[in-house]
Design a protein around this ligand. Structure first.
Ligand code: ZN
Length: 279
């Protein structure tokens, strides 16, 4: 019989495969619990709507090869998230920001009740970026959990593999995401339908950006005709494998640091008593 959850990540590091007794007995001091957040949203004519969720799972799978002995666990993922910029394209299923926020906060509160101290949001969708930063801080304040947020797309591991234009504007369904899916689920990619589409800001608006400090809020239909930004035609399974391996290695290092990290380490307490404005 075949099941949905397979591979090393789910055989060795899947939180929900443990029994309640096993979870109760896990040492909680350095246990790190990861919540993957993906999407179900259009990714152009060539990629499945499950692309971001597959990417989160694939990268975590790659990281788990390096984390066999660690007290690090992956929760069942949230497959739907905030994809409002893609609403109107068939197959996009979006949660509102408030729904996603409420779900994540409920999960965090439940982990706290189970005795855990450290929680990671592992996000693979740019549209969740700002919301998850805000939710992570709220969780820290409301539950006391040490809360971390990682974006799969923030690790710089592909600069030597892709062109500058792709690095700057290939933000959706382009060479990188298509390469990932070719390496994770080759048959789920329609190679003959791969788009190659980019935008360029006019000379008179050359400081404006789709992400970063000079941000222009956009809907997908504002910035693309195909539903894609990037050159999916250049994607290859090999590129996907290389990036996933590099990401897995880097991610494992960061996750281990999070598992060992203590917030108290940040303040170097001097021998003299410091003034504190906290009541
Ligand atoms: Zn994506």
């Amino acid at each position: 019989m075949e099941f949905r959850y397979q591979g090393e990540a789910f055989e060795q590091k899947f939180f929900a495969r443990l029994t309640s007794k096993e979870i109760a007995e896990l040492p909680k001091q350095n246990a790190l619990i990861i919540l993957p957040v993906g999407t179900v949203e259009q990714h152009g004519p060539h990629l499945p709507v499950f692309t971001d969720s597959l990417i989160a799972e694939g990268i975590l799978h790659s990281a788990c090869k390096h984390l066999k002995e660690d007290n690090i666990w992956i929760l069942p993922p949230i497959a739907y998230s905030k994809s409002i910029e893609h609403l109107g394209y068939a197959g996009t299923i979006s949660l509102s920001g408030s729904t996603l926020e409420a779900m994540i906060k409920d999960i965090a509160a439940s982990l706290k009740k189970s005795g855990f101290r450290k929680f990671v949001l592992f996000n693979s969708h740019g549209g969740n970026h700002d919301l998850l930063n805000s939710v992570a801080r709220d969780i820290r304040i409301e539950t006391g959990l040490m809360t971390f947020r990682l974006n799969s797309y923030d690790f710089n591991v592909s600069e030597d593999l892709i062109e500058e234009k792709e690095a700057a504007y290939g933000i959706h369904g382009g060479e990188i995401e298509t390469s990932f899916i070719l390496s994770f689920k080759t048959d789920w990619v329609k190679k003959e339908l791969c788009p190659d589409e980019f935008i360029q800001f006019p000379e008179s608006a050359k400081h404006l950006q789709l992400k970063g400090s000079h941000y222009v809020a956009w809907r997908m239909e504002d910035i693309s005709k195909s539903g894609v930004l990037g050159n999916a035609k250049k994607a290859s399974k090999e590129t996907g494998e290389i990036i996933a391996n590099r990401l897995g290695e880097k991610l494992a290092v960061v996750l281990r640091e999070m598992a060992e990290f203590e917030m108290d380490d940040l303040i170097n307490i001097s021998t003299e008593k410091q003034y504190s404005p906290l009541t």
